[in-house]
Each structure stands twice: as C-alpha cells, then as structure tokens.
Design a binder for this molecule. Structure first.
Ligand code: BGC
Length: 386
C-alpha cells in the first residue's frame, strides 16, 4: 500500500467514513471472516421475468467497497476514497435490475465468450466455420446478444472479501463450440486492490477472451466528463480499425498519434484531434498493444489519475492488450445509479484482453482454447489518492 493510500484510509477512519453500511434491509452475512470481521453480504437485488432471483453481494476491505450482482457478474458499485478520504462510487451503473436487463451498454459486466468484436461474427477453427450472432453492425460484439453479461452466475463467498462466480456455457451457445466452464474470482485484497481472476476449460476446441466492462469515472459516476483524467498506458503500438471497428491487422506505432499515452496525458487532449481513427470510433475505442506482452503474473501497464479528486487507479494484468473506450456512445438517454444521466465521455473503460478479432487474425496472439488446457487471466486494479 502506498503511503498516501494509508493516509487516506486513516483520515477516512478518523472522519468515521469507513463504517460503511453494506447490504440493505435484506442483507445476510455469508461465510468469510477476518479482515474487518465481516464476510461478503448478500441481499436480493431483483427478479428476472422468469422469476429467477438476482442477488447483490457487498464486500469491503482495505478501504475499498464493492457491490457485485449475480446477473452478469456486474460490478454495480465500486467505492474508493479521494485525497480527503471522501468516498465516491467510481463505476457507472443502474439502481435497478430491469435497466441492466434492457438498457445496459455492458455497465460493469463480465464479457464472454469473446471480449470485443469478431468480424462478421464468423471464424474458422480446425477447418470448421462457425457463425455467431451478429449484434453490432455486421459484427459480433462481446459474445453476442445473450453473452455472459446476460447470464445469472452462481456466486459463492470464497474468502473474507472474495466471491467466486461460475457459469457453464453449453456447447453451441451463441454459436461457440465446446462446453465452456468458467470461474471468475473477484477479490478485495488487504490493500484494497480489486483483483479479478478468470479461468476456463472446454470439452472441444473453442475461442475465449474474457474481460470486465466497468466504466470508470474517478470523480464519481454521474459527476460529469472524464476528459481531464490523465491516462498513462505502456503501449507503443495499437491496432487501427476499419470503419466497422475491426482491426486491420496492422500493429501501428502510437508515436505522433492521439493513441500515444506513454506519458500521462489528459483523455480529452486529443479527443477532438480530427484524426481518421478517432473519427471512425467517435473517440477512443481501440485496442492498445501493451509493451509487456502476455505475462504469467499481472504486470503494471496502466495508470488513470483524476486531478480533481486525487483518486488514482493502477492496473496490472497478464493480458497483452487493453480496449480503451472513451464512452463515445453514451448519449444522455440512460439514468445512472444516483439518478443522473450519462453523456458522451462521462466514463471510460479499460478492458484488459487479447486483441479484437484474433480468431481471424493469425498474427495476433491466439485466443484458441483446447480440451486439457486452462485459460487463465488476471487483472488487478489498485487504488490510491494524492
Ligand atoms: C466496444 C465499444 C462498445 C462498448 C459498449 C466496447 O468494448 O469497443 O465499441 O460501444 O464496448 O458496448
């Protein structure tokens, strides 16, 4: 934990701010002990049309507070302190289940089987062509129209501030071959880091690319634009896209382009650059190629800092890429958790992942998973304030 992080937690405690009320009227303690002496707590969040009950789980540790839904594994709320110890929910979301079911642009959700786009929803594996549902122009996005973000996951507490989410995706679901058994673990560490571990196995060759689609605004959801947030990404290259946001296959240098975040740069600095790639996506919606490449252990690659609140998020990952999306398609039609509407650039996503359309791009790191292998991916979000 950084010195500033400790100072913030200490001052929050002095202000009585760590005495969070987690869970609601229907909260029940479930498993877990140690840390603050409270394990993950569960409450009813809503019911789907078919009667399935959806739960919201609340975790708190090391000064971080997290709320997770069994629906879509959604991060519904993520609260961290600012430089004065004041907490804010830094993730966009909704207050009710119905909005997640009908309106959500993947707020906080687990994405699978394939994060981001597959061109024309088509790929060939071992000589067989597979057709996926097309749900984004001519392409398949985020696992299709009923992806992992729309599934109810089995959630069990797996530590003082940890949840294990499991989902078994049947062979052929959303067009993908193989029965895919997925386990995702959400952990808050002693230091208040939010760690996500993904694992998957299959009974037939398939493709997998899992991620989490949290929209961050470090000043707090509903507080306005993230254009003043400073972003640093250790990525010397990015994957330019065609006019349907499919990578052209080129790994282009970021030097001299709006995609150069190798030194801290305000997100808004080049958002109106008039560059062709920015015009295509109406902002940033591109995969940055992390210089670290694929690593066995999560390595630091990304820093997001908000000068207004002093909140900082550092991201370490095992993944070779990150989809940087500047909330371009938010248009003021959705009302968020605290009742305020979300407009363009009111949040940004940093989706750690393999590159989009890898099943059709032989030069990209492979996303093929075969029986007997285990897909593993880890991303850690660390929080501090200065
Ligand atoms: C995609 C965007 C999309 C957003 C929400 C991002 O990962 O790259 O194009 O609009 O998710 O669906």
């Amino acid at each position: 934990m950084s010195t500033s992080r400790r100072a913030v937690i200490a001052s929050a405690a002095a202000a009585g701010l760590t005495a969070a009320t987690v869970g609601g009227a229907h909260a029940h303690g479930h498993g877990g002990s140690g840390g603050g002496g409270r394990g993950p707590r569960r409450e009813t969040f809503g019911r789907l049309d078919d009667g399935t009950e959806v739960h919201r789980w609340s975790l708190e540790r090391g000064g971080t507070r997290l709320k997770v839904l069994s629906y879509g594994g959604v991060v519904q709320s993520l609260e961290i302190p600012d430089r004065h110890g004041r907490y804010a929910n830094v993730s966009l979301g909704f207050a009710d289940l119905g909005s997640y079911v009908s309106d959500s642009p993947y707020f906080g959700a687990l994405i699978g089987r394939y994060g981001n786009r597959i061109a024309r929803g088509r790929f060939t594996l071992d000589g067989t062509e597979y057709q996926l549902p097309v749900n984004d122009g001519p392409n398949s996005l985020h696992g299709g129209d009923q992806g992992f973000d729309k599934r109810v996951w089995d959630v069990t507490p797996s530590g003082p501030a940890a949840l294990t989410l499991t989902y078994t995706s049947p062979d052929g679901e959303m067009g993908y071959p193989g029965t895919l058994s997925v386990t995702v673990t959400y952990t808050l560490t002693d230091d208040g880091d939010f760690r996500i571990d993904y694992e998957a196995t299959t009974d037939a060759p398939t493709v997998v690319n899992l991620t989490n689609h949290t929209y961050f605004n470090l000043s707090g959801e509903g507080s306005g634009s993230i254009e003043n947030h400073e972003l640093t990404v250790a990525a010397s290259r990015y994957t330019p896209v065609d006019d349907t946001l499919i990578p052209t296959g080129e790994l282009a240098s970021v030097a001299g382009t709006p995609f150069d975040f190798r030194r801290p740069k305000a997100v808004g600095a080049d958002l109106r650059a008039g560059a062709e790639q920015i015009l295509i996506a109406q902002g940033f919606d591109h995969n940055l190629v992390l210089d670290k490449g694929i690593t066995r252990r999560p390595e630091h690659a990304i820093t997001l800092y908000d000068p207004a609140s002093g909140r900082q998020m550092d991201i370490a990952t095992t993944e070779p890429g990150v989809q940087f999306y500047s909330g371009n398609f938010q248009d003021g039609t959705l009302t968020g958790t605290s009742g305020r509407t979300y407009r363009q650039s009111d949040a940004l996503c940093l989706e750690t992942q393999h590159f989009p359309d890898s099943p059709n791009q032989p030069e990209f790191p492979s996303t093929v998973l075969r029986p007997g292998e285990t897909y593993r991916s880890t991303t850690v979000h660390s929080f501090s304030a200065r």
